[in-house]
Design a protein around this ligand. Structure first.
Ligand code: SF4
Ligand code: SF4
Length: 426
């Protein structure tokens, strides 16, 4: 990274030594996990470039946007509506939380048995290693699970621009009314921050930009329904992860370009792997950058991942927002409708998710499901039991994995996953 970036990071208040440690860790993991794959689509070079500049050029772009008067909004959850952020002339970036950092310091503020995702969010702040977090003019926390809800009380002491969004827990009329009220409150807050009044036109444009991004990701997912799959699960996951950081229009164009290439592979019957492999679906907690442990183990165990039932995957992007409304209120209703369908495990009851996993198994022609729960994540670990039961009733093999961000259990996971892959191959 150039010296310019070092002064940019320093101006943002990053701890340069700690940041070097994080960058080395991510760079080495990326090299070992992604660049070592064979037969990658040529279009993945764009994502390799984005990843090589994830704390460089992209941050410079965001700082240039700030310089020009645009605000940057950081978020931890797919319930934060990008449509409204764009309409207020602001940019939304995901705050990743996919690696352990400053764990000892974090555990002075949070119980040890807090999920790795929440701890990581704290670690990146305490360790001063995340330029996205430091560049953000507003950080949105959302009341999803109890862990996050309570953690934001402490997080507010570390981050002075934290905005907490309340979220419903039930898909009831009252739940929808709460989501609607919260989205209107968020819109007002954004308008206050940016000084931009959201109009019918700006909201329509915001919806269209986000819909185009989601449609490109749907196109990518749909290509994985073919056997053999033309792209690895790791590379598809990477595209879904980059969706949270990149400029939306450029991202959409790059994903569509890869899809053109993959369509050619599909019509030629060319798969990413030379041999026939068991097809697996991953379902469960989101996998944020650089949390690549589980998919790397799965694909190095002789399977191919054909879909992610996850917020970094299909749960996060599957529904589009109706853009046909001709008033701001009508489109706000459409936004509420769209997000109210997200079947996160924080909802009770949440039978839609069970149905959706089974629909995905059929659509993606999966031979089995790996349910991924982060250690201490009550919503997804609790839901793994009915998920496993529902799948077993339909004779769909399912393996539930509970893990964290450390590398300590790699050997054990490898053994379990290899045995599962062998079982479904037979
Ligand atoms: S799993 Fe739930 S809480 Fe987490 S990002 Fe998705 S919707 Fe938000
Ligand atoms: S839903 Fe689970 S993984 Fe997500 S923040 Fe809460 S405890 Fe962590």
């Amino acid at each position: 990274m150039s010296e310019n970036y070092r002064s940019m990071w320093s101006d943002l208040g990053l701890d340069l030594d700690a940041h070097d440690i994080l960058m080395n860790l991510v760079g080495n993991a990326y090299q070992a996990t992604f660049l070592s794959q064979e037969n990658r689509p040529d279009g993945m070079s764009y994502f390799d470039f984005v990843m090589s500049e994830v704390h460089g050029l992209r941050i410079k772009e965001l700082l240039d946007e700030k310089e020009a008067g645009r605000k940057i909004i950081g978020s931890y959850c797919v319930f934060v509506p990008e449509e409204i952020v764009l309409a207020a002339n602001a940019t939304l970036v995901g705050l990743c939380s996919g690696a352990d950092f400053a764990t000892e310091e974090v555990e002075k503020l949070l119980p040890r048995n807090t999920c790795a995702l929440i701890k990581s969010a704290f670690g990146f702040k305490i360790g001063k290693v995340c330029p996205y977090l430091e560049a953000a003019d507003m950080v949105v926390g959302e009341n999803t699970c109890d862990g996050k809800k309570k953690a934001y009380e402490s997080f507010g002491r570390l981050v002075d621009n934290l905005y907490v969004m309340d979220l419903p827990q039930m898909k009831s009329g009252e739940g929808r009314a709460l989501l609607k009220a919260e989205y209107h409150r968020f819109k007002k807050e954004l308008e206050g921050l940016t000084g931009v009044l959201i109009t019918t036109e700006s909201l329509k444009n915001g919806i269209r930009t986000v819909n185009a991004k989601r449609a490109a990701l749907h196109r990518l997912s749909s290509l994985r329904k073919h056997a053999p799959s033309p792209i690895s699960g790791l590379d598809s996951l990477l595209a879904n992860q980059v969706a949270f950081y990149d400029n939306p229009a450029r991202f959409t164009e790059s994903v569509n370009k890869i899809c053109d290439e993959l369509e050619k592979r599909v019509s030629d019957g060319t798969g990413v792997f030379p041999e026939k492999r068991p097809r697996l679906l991953i379902s469960g907690c989101p996998q944020a950058i650089p949390n690549w442990k589980l998919p790397a183990i799965i694909e190095s165990s002789g399977a191919v991942i054909v879909g992610e039932e996850s917020c970094v995957g299909e749960r996060g992007v599957r529904n589009l927002t109706d853009d046909s409304g001709d008033t701001v209120d009508a489109m706000m209703e459409a936004i509420v409708d769209r997000y109210f369908q997200v079947d996160c495990a924080i909802f009770t009851p949440n039978s839609e998710r069970l149905d959706h996993i089974q629909e995905m198994v059929a659509a993606y022609r999966a031979d089995g499901v790996i349910h991924y729960g982060l250690q201490f994540c009550q919503p997804y670990l609790m839901e793994s039991i009915p998920v496993e039961r529902a799948l077993k009733e339909k004779n769909i093999p399912c393996l539930s994995i509970e893990t964290d961000y450390s590398m300590e259990d790699v050997g054990q996971l490898q053994t379990r996953i290899e045995a599962f892959v062998e079982q479904i191959s037979g």
